[in-house]
Design a protein around this ligand. Structure first.
Ligand SMILES: Cc1cc2nc3c(=O)[nH]c(=O)nc-3n(C[C@H](O)[C@H](O)[C@H](O)COP(=O)(O)O)c2cc1C
Length: 86
């Protein structure tokens, strides 16, 4: 049977390989808006704890919530931001 690939992730169901990054499994947690960041978009311990808890419980990869790069484009109050500061 022809060996197919999905993007750069191997088809082997027990392992995932994205370039040189090996995942412990191929389960990926879909992104969800938690809005646990600060009002100006900074990461909080609450959001870190939330992500760590999911990682400990088995998922191989986590998509985090949407992260704005321009404050007017943010999803809601307390969304994560990744912006340049001067
Ligand atoms: C940035 C982003 C944030 C999302 N946030 C939520 C969310 O807060 N709640 C939710 O039910 N789905 C959210 N979704 C959609 C889920 O991640 C997922 O795609 C959806 O539940 C459909 O799942 P399926 O593709 O397995 O059917 C978000 C998607 C993206 C891209």
């Amino acid at each position: 049977m022809e060996r197919r690939q999905y993007g750069s992730i191997e088809k082997n169901p027990r392992t995932g390989l994205i370039k040189n990054l090996r995942l412990k499994n191929r389960i990926a947690m879909a992104p969800a808006e938690r809005c646990y960041a600060t009002m100006d978009g900074f990461m909080t311990q609450r959001y870190i704890d939330y992500l760590v808890e999911r990682a400990k419980n088995g998922v191989g990869m986590i998509y985090v919530e949407s992260t704005y790069v321009d404050p007017p484009a943010r999803e809601g109050f307390s969304s994560s931001g990744f912006t340049m500061t001067s």
